[in-house]
Design a protein around this ligand. Sequence first.
Ligand SMILES: Cc1cc2nc3c(=O)[nH]c(=O)nc-3n(C[C@H](O)[C@H](O)[C@H](O)COP(=O)(O)OP(=O)(O)OC[C@H]3O[C@@H](n4cnc5c(N)ncnc54)[C@H](O)[C@@H]3O)c2cc1C
Length: 453
Amino acid sequence: MKKSTISYLERTFGSKKLLTLNIPEKFSYDESTIYYSHPEAVFLPDTEEEIKEFLKIAKERKVKVVPRGGGTGVCGGAVAIFGGIVLSTERLNKIIDFDELNQCVEVEAGVVNGDLKKFLEERGYYYPPDPQSYETSFIGGNIATNAGGPRAVKYGTTKDYVMGLSIVTGEGRIVKTGGKVYKFSSGYNLNELICGSEGTLGIITRAILKFLPLPMERIVFLLPFLNLEDALNFVLQVQKANLPFSAFEFIDDTAIYYVERFLRRSLPYSERAKCYLFTELEWQNNDNYVDLVEKIANKNNVLNIFVASDRINEEKLWEARKKISYAFKEFSKRVYKADVVVPRGKISQFVKKIKGISTDKMPVACFGHVGDGNVHVNILELKNTDVCDVKNVLNSIMKIVKNLGGFPSGEHGIGVAKKEFLKNFFSRYHIDKWRKIKKVFDPYNILNPGKIF
Ligand SMILES: Cc1cc2nc3c(=O)[nH]c(=O)nc-3n(C[C@H](O)[C@H](O)[C@H](O)COP(=O)(O)OP(=O)(O)OC[C@H]3O[C@@H](n4cnc5c(N)ncnc54)[C@H](O)[C@@H]3O)c2cc1C
């Protein structure tokens, strides 16, 4: 980037909004643990108008702009790998409007998911999208990746809560999409297009999000199974019985091994269990579903049943699931992640095939959202091993996914991490159409260029 451009931006916005010296390290990476690039500058706007002004200059001077939320992404999307200025939304952190009558809130893009959840819970309401990074990821980042989470199996993903958006396009125009309406059949649905666009079509500045009543009852089960097939049959039968399930999360035996070592304690039945299933139910009235779940679990050879119905014990039961990523990180130099999605009925086939490529030197662990077919495959480059042929393993995983009718990402996005695999899943025609859509919103190719495709 030209020095004169940086000086012009500094003069326009001041050194408190445009950092060029002593840029904090956090702006150089995300949670992929793989991608790193120290940006030339970081822009920290306080308002949507400032973003508009900034993008007008960026388009004239051909400056690449990399939008950034909480930096919890795992695909390198918010890292300025190809140069340019990082645009951080961290100062856009206001909840603008709480509209009880229309059951929606309007928030700025930098509001932390967990803060919105808390705000609504205090008022008796519920914002379901629950990426497990909810304590630090931003609403803007969640929308840009169309984040899911364990409860997506019941409530859907972020896009299902977006009623309206305000974005700034690559031309420096503020565009509003949708509104406070529950139905929309008035032309192309741009809300859905922006969800999952990973900062390539516009900077999300505001969102109108719907919310639900807070569930009155919640119960969590930890169920160790002898094999994944029994666990999946259990899931199917709970769904068929129309029980109010809100999450089915599994972790495989490799993941159990690393979580035990990380927590420095044994987990129940880990010597026999090939899979743990975390099952959560949420509902509004006073029905008792525990007996029914136990009956179905026993029918499917569960090893034991652990139940929690209060917040403290719920946290304890979820611990092994929630600590997985930290456990992998502790024992690995690098963790290569692929959050692939396959048809629900093919998960067991998929995990079996993955076991076939996992080795002691380079373990491949699976966990994830069994209820919706979204499996998180983690290739561990262990601390005590030489560099491994990760690329080859990733290629084999993607081939398996393709053969089973799946796709490379269910919720994390493509970023740079999975970019090279897109051509195996989508035709040139398809990707070409995406490029044309990008050009409509970003004719000067300044918004996160090089990401996705
Ligand atoms: C421990 C852990 C658990 C996780 N669990 C889940 C999970 O359960 N489900 C899930 O889906 N993901 C999960 N993730 C991945 C990650 O948290 C999500 O992708 C999240 O939505 C990213 O939000 P962020 O604010 O951190 O975005 P960032 O990492 O800052 O950015 C992600 C992408 O969005 C773009 N972007 C960010 N803000 C904007 C904006 N305002 N306008 C336009 N583009 C923008 C960036 O350019 C980048 O391409 C997890 C990550 C971690 C570390």
